[in-house]
Design a binder for this molecule. Sequence first.
Ligand SMILES: [Zn+2]
Length: 123
Amino acid sequence: MRCQYCGEYVGLLRRRCTECGVLLSIYEQHREDIALSELLDRFIATGIARPKIEAVLDRDPRGTGSVRDRVTADMANRLLGAMGVRSNQTATDVRRLRESGGGDASTSRPSGDAMPPRSRGSS
Ligand SMILES: [Zn+2]
C-alpha cells in the first residue's frame, strides 16, 4: 500500500504513513477553532517535509473534501455564525467556489476581516 496522502510506500496493512497521520491528528485536534494559516504553522512546526504537508492539505482520498477546504468551510461558518448568520458551508461548497472562481477563492478573503477573535490562550 501507498500512503493515501503523500504516496509513500507504507507496507501492506497501512493506508497512510506516520507523518501524514501526525498531520491529520493535529487537524483533528484543532479543527473546531483553527484558521488555515494557523494550521499550516502547526504543520510546519512538526518539521515534516513541506510536500507531505501540501499533500495532506490538498488530497481528498475519502471524497469528503480536502483538509484545506474543510478548514476554510468551518472557518467561514464560524465567522458567519459570529455575525448572526446561519451558515452551513461544506468543503464541497468551498471547492465548487474555488473551481468556479478560477483561482484561490479559498484564501481570497481579505485577512483583515477574516481573523476570528482571539479567544484562546489569553487568560
Ligand atoms: Zn504520507
